[in-house]
Design a protein around this ligand. Sequence first.
Ligand code: FIX
Ligand code: ZN
Length: 421
Amino acid sequence: MTTAITSAGELAAYIRQTVQEAPITDMHTHLYAPEFGNHLLWGIDELLTYHYLVAEAFRWTDTDEPYEQFWTLSKSEQADFIWKKLFLAHTPLSEAASGVLQVLHTMGLDVGSRDLNAYRRQWADRSPQQQIDAVFRLAGVQEVVMTNDPFDPAERALWLNGHGKEDTRFHAALRVDPLLNNWEEAVLALLQMGYQVETAWTEQTIKETQRFLREWVLRMDALYLAVSMPGDFRYPAADHRTRMIDDVMIPICQELDIPFALMIGVRRQVNPELKLAGDMSMLSDVSSVESLCRKYPQQKFLVTMLARENQHELAVLARKFRNLMVFGCWWFLNIASIIEEMTALRIELLGTSVIPQHSDARILEQLIYKWGHSREIIAEILIEKYSKLQRVGWTATREEIKRDVDDLFSRNFWRFLGKSR
Ligand code: FIX
Ligand code: ZN
C-alpha cells in the first residue's frame, strides 16, 4: 500500500521526521574505537580544545603574546583559556563554539549555568564505551569510518597487536598522505617497517609499496584508501604523485576492489605556531580529477574539495563520471551557510546520487552538533525540492522519501563500496 502525501504541511513534517530519524553512516571521521585507547578523544576539555576553537581563541590574543604560552598549558588550562576567550569574553556565535553548547544542551546539561566545572563533573563517571553508546544514540549515528594511519607508530602497534576491529561500529580507512606528499620521509618509515623501498622509483620500490598498501588494507579491512593533497595537485604530471597513483595506488585499489578517496585543497601549516589549527584551504584543479576518472573508468573515486569555489565544477564533473562520488562539506565548508549552498547545488545537479555530508569529527561528542546542524539544513532543502514536485502533481510516497533519505545518509556510501546495507 503506497502512502502518498498530498498536503504541503504533512510533506514537510514527514521529511523533517524522516531526516531526523535517518540512521547515519559517517564516512570520514578522526574518531577511534575504544580499543585505540587515548587515540579516542572525548569529553568537555577535548571539545573546548578542538583545533577549530584554538584558532578562533588566538584571534583574541595580542600579537606580542607568544603562542608557546598556550601550548605549555595543561589540557584543562587550555580549555579554561578557550572558555574564557570564546564563551565568556565574547559570545560563542561561531559554528564550532555554538556546537559545544549544542552538545551540552543535547546531553541535558544546564547550558545557562555557564559553569565549566559543573559540566566537567558530568563526564567524571562515564567510561568511553558508555559515552560512545550515548553519543551514537543522541546523534543518530550507526557506524563511523575512522582515519587510520600506519605511519603513526602508536596506531601501527595497536593494529600489529591484533586490535582495531573489536567494535563493529567503527570501520577503517587506510590513510597514506606521506606516500604522496612526503616520499623521502615515507621511505624511511617503510624501511623501518620492513619494506625494501628506496627514494628512486625502481621496480622493487613499486612492488614493495604495493605490498605495504595490500597488507595494511587487508589488516585493517579498510573500506577505502584515502589521501589528502594540496590544491596544486595536478594529474597527470611528470612527478612523484602521478607515478605513485598510477603504479601503486590504483593497481592496489583495483586488486582489492576498494574506492580511492581524494581530499584535495589543503595547504598544510601556513601558520605552524597553531599546530593542528595551522592548515589553510586553497583552490584545486577539478580537471585533474576528471583525468583520473577518465583514465580509470573502473576505479571508484570518493572526492571532496576544500575550496567553496570548486564545488559547482566538481558537482558538474560528477554528472560526467559515474565512478566519481562527491562527498561532504569538508572542514571550513562545514558551516550552515555553505552546507545549505553546497547541498542545494548538488541535489539540483545530481539528485540524490551524492554523499551530502560527513562529520570529520575529532572528538566523540562532536557527532551530536555536526550531524544535528546538517540534518536540519538538509531537511529544509529536501522539503523545498519535494514540495516543488508536489505542486505539479508528483506526490512522493512515504516509502520513496525514506528510501531517498537513507540513500543520502548511508546507503549511497555502502552501495558505492559495493556493499549492501
Ligand atoms: O585531512 C583531513 O582529514 C582533515 O579533515 C583534517 O586534517 C582536519 O584537521 C580536520 O579535522 C578538518 O575537519
Ligand atoms: Zn578529516
